[in-house]
Design a protein around this ligand. Structure first.
Ligand code: PA5
Length: 425
């Protein structure tokens, strides 16, 4: 389980401090299925549900892809790609020699980005995993049309066997197409929304293709959700939800999530979607932003230190680093760095993180640290389970339905009208 350090936020809390009674109520409402959007709380039991036949099928499909293709093109947007991308970049930033490349498309409408991916793909053998719960989202649907055509040109009658569809069990165009064409299909359960679907085939199939041990991830996630069911103030999900809500009520309306591992970048994108889409409604919500340290200390660092005081900061720290790399010694100390010669880069990074934390707190930025054990399968499960549960609790604490996203429809409505979609108004 992750461990939280709230000491850097303590002096910024209201006098009453984080409202753990409200966190307890939110947890009860969530667990009893009596809260807003309770039809979408299936993610809590998702790892158990997936373990078994579904996980076996996912692993088998991944093995098929790994054995015959040099690339997997994952088509999806929002919750239908961010978790997988976050996990893959965090755990496999450098693919092993026999790992197929995993490309993510259909998460925008840029012709340039599409052509760049096509150039990277070249004439390699590839498979496609199209992911859309609704099966009607324009961005992935357009990309899928393009990649289907490419598959048909490349593989002819065999093209259909290179398509894996992850979608609703019953509804949507993608489901109908998959049934008609006989594509191997995986289900996004009815009671799981896109941004909470990492532990379904949505996240697991691309992860498994990239070489992540998804069985380990699922076993760890089962243990994590069990541990996080603890109903007490020592539950880190309670601590995080209650702390950030308390700070929000004190005017800290923007939360920056930072990490000292560049490979965390897309996990932060996943987190932004999770919290932004779940909490930003009814004219409420903490605005989630992200930073990459130490790089952004030389850009955003100025603002964080001395800009408008509405920032709260959450830092994810991995307690064990994967590698060690000591700073080399020198003969003449011409660069003046001999004072750190022989010290490990990971240790220097830890010192930097402590120094930044102290400076930011002194500068008026409440600081929360999320300690995760390591950058591995277990660590991934720790983070996903923790952030998902805390998000649901935090959403309930602020009185919103954390599981819907009605605002996303506004741009779609305009776009369909402007594109002349039949029936659009
Ligand atoms: O979290 C969500 O529900 C959304 O971000 C969806 O994942 C996103 O809009 C994509 O939807 P779909 O999978 O239906 O194409």
């Amino acid at each position: 389980m992750v461990k939280l350090d709230l000491s850097g936020a303590q002096r910024f809390f209201t006098q009453a401090g984080p409202d753990y009674a409200a966190a307890a109520r939110a947890h009860e409402v969530l667990a009893s299925g009596t809260g807003l959007g309770s039809d979408f709380t299936g993610w809590l039991g998702l790892p158990q549900k997936v373990k078994g036949t579904e996980l076996d099928r996912i692993v088998a499909a991944a093995e098929t892809i790994r054995s015959r293709s040099r690339a997997l093109v994952v088509i999806g947007i929002g919750g239908s790609y961010l978790g997988a991308r976050g996990a893959i970049e965090l755990l496999r930033p450098v693919p092993a020699e026999d790992d197929p490349a995993v490309y993510f498309v259909g998460n925008g409408l840029s012709a340039d980005a599409l052509c760049d991916t096509l150039a990277k793909l070249g004439d390699r053998d590839f498979d496609v995993n199209v992911i859309s719960k609704s099966g009607t989202t324009l961005e992935p649907a357009v990309s899928f049309r393009i990649f289907r055509e490419l598959l048909e040109k490349k593989y002819g009658a065999e093209a259909d066997s290179h398509i894996f569809a992850t979608t609703d069990a019953r509804r949507g165009v993608l489901k109908s197409l998959a049934d008609a064409k006989g594509w191997e299909s995986f289900v996004v359960p009815d009671d799981v929304g896109g941004r909470f679907s990492v532990f379904s085939a949505v996240g697991l199939l691309p992860m498994a293709v990239a070489g992540i041990d998804v069985r380990k991830v699922i076993d760890a996630a089962i243990c994590e959700f069990k541990a996080l069911d603890e109903r007490s103030e020592s539950n880190p999900a309670w601590q995080y939800a209650a702390a950030r809500q308390n700070l929000y009520n004190k005017g800290y309306g923007v939360e920056i999530l930072g990490c000292y591992e560049p490979s965390f970048r897309f996990m932060a994108e996943w987190w932004k979607q999770l919290y932004g889409e779940s909490e930003g409604k009814d004219l409420k919500g903490i605005f989630p932003a992200s930073v990459e340290f130490t790089a952004d200390l030389h850009s955003m660092g100025q603002y964080i230190q001395q800009g408008q005081r509405f920032l709260q900061e959450t830092i994810v720290r991995f307690d064990r680093s994967r590698f060690a790399y000591p700073v080399p010694g020198s003969e003449d100390n011409a660069d003046g760095l001999d004072y750190i010669a022989g010290r490990d880069l990971a240790e220097i990074c830890t010192v930097a993180a402590d120094a930044v934390r102290e400076a930011h707190i002194d500068g008026g930025v409440p600081n929360i640290v999320v300690h995760c054990s390591a950058r591995d399968e277990e660590g991934l499960a720790e983070l996903v389970c923790f952030f998902e549960l805390a998000c649901a609790l935090s959403g309930y604490m602020s009185g919103v339905n954390p599981f819907d996203q009605p605002g996303v429809e506004a741009y779609k409505k305009n776009m369909f009208r402007m594109l002349g979609k039949p029936g659009a108004v």
